[in-house]
Write a protein that binds this ligand. Structure first.
Ligand code: GDP
Ligand code: MG
Length: 166
């Protein structure tokens, strides 16, 4: 099995951290500053059973300039061509305008979208269900997977589930 998977989410939700956790190398640029990842950076996850090429997709955020508009368009194109999209969110923060904007973009594509609830290490387990319910009202996600990209919790489950869509 092999395929392409895009990672999207607003700045600082942990896209680069997840990529690094999966690939096991410092390929994606990590920073606390938003939007330092200017290019799509490909990372390849390979096992005996499968190979996944990950795209750390920038530019899927509210455009505030001509360049922003172009970036959003190119991000949409990129998302239509992959086998699955990982929509990363930070469960320790409120669902905000940034997340809603991305969900609106994801409605335009046919690609299956995983809701990946990141940073579960920062919240109580009981806090998860209300968050899931909030997101589920906005979009029909193919899978919902809580993870800690930093600590690696549930990342194997995420990869197993991805394998079903390749
Ligand atoms: P990106 O902008 O979406 O690529 O986010 P980064 O991967 O750069 O992560 C932003 C910040 O969140 C960094 O300080 C990470 O260490 C932190 N972070 C990422 N994932 C987790 C997680 O699962 N738990 C915790 N506690 N922090 C995380
Ligand atoms: Mg990043």
């Amino acid at each position: 099995k092999s395929g392409f998977v895009a990672i999207v989410g607003r700045p600082n939700v942990g896209k680069s951290t997840l990529m690094n956790q999966v690939i096991g190398q410092k390929i994606a640029i990590m920073s606390d500053k938003p939007q330092t990842t200017r290019n799509k950076i490909h990372g390849v996850y390979t096992t005996d059973e499968m190979q996944i090429v990950f795209l750390d997709t920038p530019g899927i955020h509210k455009p505030n300039s001509k360049l922003g508009d172009y970036m959003v368009k190119s991000a949409e194109g990129a998302l239509s061509e992959v086998d699955a999209v990982l929509f990363l969110t930070d469960v320790s923060e409120e669902l905000g305008g940034g997340d809603r904007y991305i969900i609106e973009q994801l409605k335009k594509i046919q690609t299956p979208v995983f809701l990946v609830l990141n940073k579960i290490d920062k919240v109580h387990p009981e806090a998860l269900l209300p968050v899931i319910e909030k997101y589920a009202k906005l979009h029909s996600f193919a899978e919902v997977i809580p993870v800690s990209a930093l600590r690696g919790n549930n990342v194997t489950t995420l990869l197993d589930q991805l394998g079903r869509y390749l």
